[in-house]
Design a protein around this ligand. Structure first.
Ligand SMILES: O=C(O)[C@H](O)[C@@H](O)[C@H](O)[C@H](O)COP(=O)(O)O
Length: 264
């Protein structure tokens, strides 16, 4: 098992007056990265979360982005998914489909949803096999550093307890360092059964936007953006890119306990 990696300096964070300003900036950030990766390698691999993130992507559905983005080049994944049917109200796929994916022309074959007929173990294996196949077809790149898949952009949320994906504080899964995709059956946030990317995959990304709004998350933001060394960091503090760029997108409420909280 890997030691928890602890960053030595504060990651970049941007504070917005409100969620509206944040969502406009997040749309431009995502559209610019889409343009860059499509130009450089003809594809853009984007990883979504559940929760409030999907609502914060709504500006991508508006001009100028909706018409300028090359949606046909997008490949969409989930950093974590609840093990429920795809039409269940708890499904992260359903959340993203209803609020975002159904409104843009991404080819259905480029949207990599969980196999909802399988157990958590089976669904995690199946998702990992899907990723390995996409490496073979060169949709997905591997990190030259560690051989884990390297996604172009991960759009992450964070819970009030500092969890990211379905990697929860104090849970052994935060130390998983072999698997690409694993499962959890005792998630403290319901529903209990989920699959999730592991930290080596998250931390191999080219870009991560860590998107957090609201005062419920302020204490965890303060904790995660601190540089104090601790033997038991919050999962959000374990998101750290050696060969990539991590940016926290915060609204004023989420940033309220930070000293450096000048907003845009
Ligand atoms: O399945 C899930 O629960 C989500 O994928 C989860 O990982 C989410 O990103 C965080 O819990 C933050 O959720 P909020 O943005 O709603 O706080």
């Amino acid at each position: 098992m890997a030691e928890a990696s602890i960053r030595s300096e504060k990651p970049k964070h941007i504070v917005f007056k409100g969620e509206e300003e944040l969502s406009k900036s997040l749309a431009k950030y995502t559209a610019d990265l889409s343009e860059k990766f499509v130009r450089e390698r003809g594809a853009f691999t984007v990883v979504l979360s559940g929760g409030s993130l999907i609502e914060s992507l709504r500006k991508l559905l508006e001009a100028p982005f909706v018409d300028s983005i090359e949606w046909a080049r997008w490949h969409v994944f989930w950093v974590d998914e609840r093990v429920v049917k795809k039409d269940h109200p708890d499904s992260n796929y359903k959340l993203a489909f209803d609020g975002f994916l159904s409104k843009v022309p991404i080819p259905p074959g480029h949207v990599y949803a969980i196999n909802d007929a399988l157990s958590p173990e089976g669904a995690a294996d199946d998702y990992e096999a899907c990723l390995r196949q996409l490496v073979k077809t060169e949709v997905l790149e591997l990190s030259k550093d560690n051989g884990f898949p390297k996604f172009d952009l991960m759009l992450l949320g964070m819970g009030p307890d500092g969890h990211v994906a379905s990697l929860f504080p104090g849970h052994p899964l935060v130390k998983e360092n072999q698997r690409w995709v694993t499962f959890i059956k005792d998630s403290p946030k319901p529903p209990p059964q989920r699959i999730t990317f592991t930290f080596p995959v998250i931390n191999s990304s080219s870009y991560i936007a860590q998107v957090v709004c609201g005062s419920n998350e302020a204490a965890a933001v303060h904790n995660a953006l601190g540089t104090e060394k601790t033997s038991d960091p919050l999962p959000a503090a374990m998101v750290t890119l050696k060969d990539g760029e991590l940016t926290w997108f915060l609204d004023e409420a989420a940033a309220s306990l930070l000293q450096d909280k000048a907003s845009l």
